[in-house]
Design a protein around this ligand. Sequence first.
Ligand SMILES: [Zn+2]
Length: 395
Amino acid sequence: MSGTLLVDNIGELVTNGAGEGPLGIRRDAAVLVEEGRVAWVGPSASAPAADRRIDAGGAAVLPGFVDSHAHLVFAGDRAAEFAARMAGERYTGGGIRTTVGATRAASDDELRATVRRLRGEALRQGTTTMEIKSGYGLTVDDEARSLRIAAEASEDTTFLGAHVVPAEYADRPDEYVGLVCGPMLTAAAPYAKWVDVFCERGAFDVDHARAILTSGQTAGLGVRIHANQLGPGGGVRLGVELGAASVDHCTHLSDADVAALAGTAHSDGSGTRTVATLLPGAEFSTRSPYPDARRLLDAGVTVALATDCNPGSSYTSSMPFCVALAVREMRMTPAEAVWAATAGGARALRRDDVGVLTPGARADLIVLDAPSYLHLAYRPGVPLIRQVIRNGVTQ
Ligand SMILES: [Zn+2]
């Protein structure tokens, strides 16, 4: 949309830049948007004139959420598996194969409709940037089409051919890894920015994960990894070794894992090069112990929060829900959780144009139906996102 837009009369503006506290808060503020970018941030009283105006009415305004971990390309759901789990069955990750069967049988348009529906659902809850993974096709053609469809909805697409060993390769995992590193990667890479592996007992071990991730790097993809979700293991340290942008889940960490992450700290004190992305929706939905965010934060590790939106272990697209869980269950302060859900997610995707409201950033803003960001954790389950602006466009 052409012309300038002024959002003024903002009671509390979270910038994640210059301002009060770690969230860079400014009071009685205004934001000027021009050509999809933040052009100016300052006191509401001295805001420049603009073609259009949104009066925030004293409410809080934040950068849109950056959900750096989501699996949206799939068919069917697993509500019955969830019910069984809530009746006492343990989560093993084996149910992924159920979704693989449904996804392979679905048409492109069916998959596209699911991506659009979930992307729209997330947007209404304030998510303006959302990473999307493949991982329910697990054939050369099905992974390539999953990523092609993901790329229609996101700039941050991730090749997760190594989500689980599909049933037809159950007794030949080495052969499947060869397929992932070879023809599948070649077919997927044109539509992917990242490569990811589910490194876990029952999925892929550290040696397989290393082979797949380094092949992805050679093909020009950035590294991220699902690690240490269901039990301890070498996934986090492998991620650090390979310079991953993010290691995701981090539920079962040893002191060595935490030290390895802390060891990736930038020398200027701006956090760690490898981000720990915590996904409390997964622990909620599998009734599992939560990761200890406090331990990571106290060690100086940069933490992001994401939904892990997927039909098996975390079927939520709600970043506000994850913020509330992180505060209540993971010993994060509301400020830490909101930072992790915005700027933290951006770091996990190695992006500096989102997750902040400073001049030059993409104009992704959410206006809350509340006077402060604190209400995101203080009022769980309440639809507090009044308005979403993405790329300078009112949604
Ligand atoms: Zn995941």
